[in-house]
Write a protein that binds this ligand. Structure first.
Ligand SMILES: *Cc1c(COP(=O)(O)O)cnc(C)c1O
Length: 372
């Protein structure tokens, strides 16, 4: 199946292809690695830029029954795509929003007393018995009850507390960091206070920390979308995102000519440039610009890696195609900006950022093609 949205291909500055079959394959691979734990899917931030409805729909069809999103609007989109799934809202209950959770059958992830009290007051008033997740902080210091607070709560628990999941979140799971073992130990202890209630700790990279990290439910996000959950080691995930940019002009510049805003890049030889119609307004990271001092992003032009020349503009970037045989590069051709060996992590590294940011910035004016 192939589905497309956005401008027609001939008019688009870039063509973004999202391989939903690869997302499903990545989810299955992570499920196998985490088994017998269940594997959820994190589809916040518009499915990491890949399209929340499309991703949640494809994964629900493949058998994924639990999704995580950041907030209520995202949860409603996931609900529309996955009518029968369990959907958790990571940022919890904002003041006055408890009824909206019940309305769409969503579960808040609760991590402080104010949210807990508001949720329980709503449950008492409405009789709503949909569950919630209880978030415990084990070292991230972002959301979640402290271990001390959890111990206070534990004795007061009754059988109708509505806690369907106890969860925590790693701070450094993609690194070999001593905090990982500390967080695993803390979470292990905390789970002892919630007998019979499923636990969830691992994000994508956490799944690769071994059995101790898996508990009952794992919560991968970025690895589903093809980013490497094991930085420094080969990427075990399939590529999901491919991006092609259109050449709008080729031009020859003389040695000594500078290219782009602020003249940061100088042609050292007679240089042929291909000007491609995508830029930072398409979410391409401007920090991956090239200067005389520092290389930037690369594109694959007719099978060959070509370096960016100069600063990336809002809607355009220039690639140095001097080494391409004459006649190989022409106006209207497509170049590969992501895919064919240029991963989201590679582009991110050129920009001093992370694959997460490249994915969640993917542009809105490309033609988008969904495969699978
Ligand atoms: C975003 C998020 C995840 C997914 O993390 P990845 O590193 O993308 O796999 C899991 N759990 C929580 C609490 C999150 O905020």
């Amino acid at each position: 199946m192939t589905d497309a949205i956005g401008p027609p291909e001939a008019e688009a500055g870039g063509i973004l292809t999202i391989d939903l079959a690869a997302i499903v394959a990545n989810w299955r691979a992570l499920s196998e690695r985490a088994a017998p734990a269940q594997c959820a899917a994190v589809v916040k931030a518009d499915g990491y830029g890949c399209g929340a409805e499309q991703v949640a729909g494809a994964l629900a069809k493949a058998g994924c029954t639990t999704f995580f999103v950041a907030n209520l609007p995202e949860a409603r989109r996931a609900r529309a795509a996955a009518p029968d799934a369990t959907i958790y809202v990571l940022n919890g209950v904002l003041p006055g929003t408890a009824a909206a959770f019940a309305h769409a059958n969503l579960r808040p992830v609760i991590g402080d007393w104010l949210g807990w009290d508001e949720w329980n007051a709503f449950r008492a008033d409405s009789g709503w018995r949909g569950g919630a997740a209880f978030h415990v902080d084990t070292g991230m210091s972002r959301l979640g009850f402290s271990a001390e607070e959890v111990r206070q709560l534990a004795p007061a628990r009754n059988n109708d507390h509505g806690i369907a999941l106890v969860m925590s979140h790693f701070a450094c799971s993609e690194e070999d960091h001593p905090l990982n073992a500390i967080q695993m130990q803390r979470f292990h202890e905390i789970r002892g206070l919630f007998p019979g209630i499923p636990g969830s700790l691992a994000n994508s990279s956490g799944i690769f920390l071994g059995r101790e990290a898996h508990h009952d439910l794992v919560r991968p996000g970025v690895a589903l979308y093809g980013a490497n959950p094991t930085p420094g080691r080969p990427n075990p995930m399939r590529t999901v995102v491919t991006l092609h940019g259109r050449i709008v002009q080729t031009r020859d510049v003389a040695p000594g000519a500078t290219v782009g805003y602020s003249a940061t890049w100088t042609a050292k030889r007679a240089t042929r440039l291909a000007i491609v119609s995508a830029g930072y307004a398409d979410g391409f990271p401007r920090a991956a610009s090239a200067s005389d001092a520092r290389p930037g992003a690369e594109a694959i032009v007719a099978g060959m890696r070509c370096p960016l020349a100069g600063r990336m503009s809002m809607d355009l970037m220039a690639f140095d195609v001097t080494d391409m045989p004459a006649g190989k590069v022409a106006r209207g051709d497509l170049v590969t900006l992501l895919g064919d060996g240029i991963g989201v992590d590679d582009l991110a590294a050129r920009a001093g950022t992370i694959g997460y940011e490249v994915l969640t910035s993917l542009g809105r004016r490309y033609r988008r093609i969904y495969r699978g």
